[in-house]
Design a protein around this ligand. Structure first.
Ligand SMILES: [Zn+2]
Length: 322
């Protein structure tokens, strides 16, 4: 069980290790949502293992905490989602505003943004790994702004790949980073309190360091265990899916997800997946369930995704996933 809300105030910078040789600057963020501390635990664990290996490291690894005040309280956010509003006009407003005019998340965003800009002055191009967990159980997956370089990074983790998620939410941290020419992916490691989520985050960090050339695979401690932590269960394969539908929840919707969904569960068209004050909420089309909301906060009720077809289907062959 990973304790939420008992961390005290995490420092903004969780640690940094500079390698002996030139290479990429990798920025790890954990706890952008305050009820998701697993990524911070993982980042600290990897940094501790990296320090004695700095002679083998190319470049630099820096880890930042996300929503520090929400992390203290063990909630997703205090007044608004910190993974929204990452666009230039809003960031300029935050930079210019007096402290008293800023909400808690405004302050968190201004500080984190400032820390990233400081890194940008040292390295023109950064590599981001934004670590998250979900309220319901799920196989791990990765999402990103869809560029060829981000796809390469995502595929290096050998987990389910979700395309199009960044387009459905408003101005996330990584969509901002991508627009500034950086690369990076968000990694969803499983349910918030699943101890396996920390193991998968740790594995994702190590595999990403290898993928970007910061470390040789042979220099990763117990590399095989990290590969195994991310590998699909026996008999399964990593999926590439695209987002087909996002159910948006308003604060007064009384949204209540039907219990028992697991990420990537097959859903049929018209299936009742939740209830709100208007009545049953039905899936508008067949697909796979992604991120069903089993927590009180957040405007994303659930997503429906569908496996990407690599070859054109004959007309009329469209069907629900088995
Ligand atoms: Zn999150």
């Amino acid at each position: 069980m990973i304790a939420s809300g008992v961390l005290g105030a995490a420092p903004r910078c969780l640690g940094a290790v500079s390698g002996a040789r030139a290479g990429p600057t990798v920025v790890i963020t954990g706890g952008i949502h305050g009820n998701e501390p697993a990524g911070m635990h993982a980042a600290r664990e990897v940094l501790a293992e990296l320090r004695p290996r700095r002679g083998l490291l190319r470049g630099k690894v820096v880890a930042f905490s996300g929503n520090r005040r929400a992390l203290e309280r063990g909630v997703r956010f205090v007044s608004r989602d910190l993974n929204r509003g990452w666009h230039a006009p809003e960031l300029e407003r935050l930079a210019a505003a007096p402290e008293y005019a800023l909400s808690i998340e405004d302050q968190e965003q201004r500080e984190l943004h400032g820390a990233i800009l400081t890194l940008e002055r040292e390295a023109a191009r950064l590599v981001f790994l934004d670590l998250h967990t979900t309220s319901g159980p799920t196989e791990p997956f990765v999402c990103f702004s869809d560029t060829p370089e981000n796809r390469t990074l995502a595929c290096a983790l050998s987990v389910n790949v979700v395309l199009g998620l960044e387009r459905t939410v408003d101005a996330s941290l990584l969509s901002w980073a991508s627009a500034r020419g950086h690369v990076g992916v968000s990694f969803e490691a499983g349910q918030h309190d699943d101890p396996g989520a920390v193991r998968r985050h740790v594995g994702a960090v190590w595999l990403l360091l290898v993928a970007v050339g910061a470390l040789e695979a042979a220099h990763v401690p117990d590399e095989a265990s990290h590969v195994a932590a991310l590998a699909p269960d026996a008999g399964r394969r990593a999926l590439v899916v695209e987002v087909r539908h996002r159910h948006v929840v308003a604060v007064d919707d009384d949204f209540d997800m039907v219990a028992g969904f697991v990420g990537f569960d097959p859903i049929h068209a018209g299936q009742i997946v939740a209830r709100d004050r208007r009545g049953p909420v039905r899936a508008p089309e067949a697909g796979l369930m992604l991120m069903p909301r089993y927590q009180g906060q957040g405007e994303d009720g659930f997503f429906l995704v569908r496996e990407v077809a690599c070859a054109p289907r004959p007309r009329g062959a469209e069907r629900a996933p088995a």
